[in-house]
Design a protein around this ligand. Structure first.
Ligand code: FE2
Length: 375
């Protein structure tokens, strides 16, 4: 099956209007040090804090921001909290892909009525800046979607957080603008169930499908379907492993994450040459594609604005679809376990996800897997 971008769904069918990604919350072993990494390596600004000093006895959280992207890094303060158990099992990883909605109660009630598993009943959080309504439902693994309603709130983030104040200026932003998509890895045979979950429970549409013939190398294969909400601001590709000669990158993830979870978060930039130059200068490590990739690039994607030699030097990949083209690059995993990584993406019209790069990319991942003794 050829990958195909389906028509955008119409607004009137949308029973779950979503304004965008509100934040992504990571549960980590040490939020203070993770915050420093995201600030120094990725150019995020630390803007908020919640911890012992603010009356939070169980967890510490740092709120980071760059462009419209908000990351929340939360660590346990005691060994027996839910956050501690999550980190023990999964290592550092994504707990919550929080969605910004106008009516969190309606979003919760409608999705639960359609079959979602409730995680947090609607709750009103108030302080002198107004009120936030928050509720959450479960998705794959231990991952959840919070619904965040903030139309009656004009504070920093949400009640309980204070501004983070530190004289260290930090590193400049690298030009990351917004979350383009978040990819989930699920177990063999589970992809269709989660595709149905996003379709039936959340009203998402299947934007693109890839089968194991599109995405396969000599050793491993995977299948993927991209689910998107009505306005396409939220895009969730769901991967499952397909049988191959060796262990696929998805299986390696599932083994080390101990189950389904977020594989990568793609962050958009308007100037990928600048963004990747800066990230590399700060020590962010990316997957290597062989230089032969660039020998046939022009032939494959046609004319593009960016100089090929600059793309080759930085290792940036290019793909074209009927709507335009995109530039993308993938980091190595950003924690000790070979689990979560990042994609940096610049879209120049293209609405797809770089299928033309999958083979080169997965071979690059397999070289890393082999180095880890996991292929
Ligand atoms: Fe991606």
């Amino acid at each position: 099956m050829e990958p195909h971008v389906h028509a955008a769904p119409t607004a009137e069918q949308d029973f779950l209007p979503i304004n965008g990604t509100d934040y992504i919350e990571f549960y980590v072993g040490n939020a203070r040090q993770a915050a420093h990494f995201y600030r120094t390596a990725f150019g995020f600004e630390i803007v908020g804090y919640r911890g012992l000093e603010t009356g939070s006895r169980e967890t510490t959280s740092y709120l980071l921001r760059q462009g419209k992207i908000r990351f929340l890094l939360t660590a346990p303060l005691t060994p027996d909290s839910f956050v501690a158990r999550h980190v023990l099992r999964h290592g550092d990883g994504v707990r919550d892909i929080a969605l910004w909605v106008d009516d969190a109660r309606a979003a919760f009630e409608e999705t639960v009525r359609r079959g979602a598993t409730p995680v947090y009943e609607p709750e009103v959080l108030e302080d002198e800046h107004g009120r936030i309504v928050r509720a959450a439902i479960a998705t794959y693994g231990d991952t959840i979607h919070s619904f965040i309603e903030r139309r009656h709130y004009d504070g920093l983030f949400m009640p309980g957080f204070v501004a983070w104040d530190n004289p260290y200026a930090g590193a400049a932003p690298v030009g990351l603008k917004y979350v383009d998509h978040c990819v989930g890895n699920v177990n063999l045979g589970e992809m269709e169930a989660y595709v149905r979950f996003y379709a039936d429970v959340m009203g998402f549409k299947n934007l693109i499908s890839f089968d194991d013939k599109t995405i396969s190398t000599e050793y491993s294969a995977l299948m993927s379907k991209v689910m998107a909400n009505g306005n396409e601001r939220i895009k969730f590709p769901i991967n499952e492993p397909a049988p191959g000669r060796k262990k696929s990158q998805i299986e390696e993830y599932l083994e080390y994450y101990r189950g389904p979870g977020v594989q990568h978060v793609a962050m958009a930039t308007d100037d990928i040459l600048h963004t990747v130059t800066e990230l590399r200068r700060r020590g962010v490590e990316f997957l290597h594609v062989p230089t032969t990739y660039y020998d046939v690039l022009q032939e494959r994607v046609g004319r593009i604005d960016e100089p090929l030699d600059a793309l080759a030097e930085l290792g940036i990949l290019v793909d074209r679809d009927p709507d335009g083209y995109l530039l993308q690059i993938f980091t190595k995993p950003v924690q000790d376990r070979p689990t979560v990584f990042y994609e940096i993406i610049q879209r120049k019209g293209a609405r797809s996800f770089g299928a033309g790069n999958f083979k080169a990319l997965f071979e690059a991942i397999e070289r890393e897997q082999a180095l880890r003794g996991n292929l």
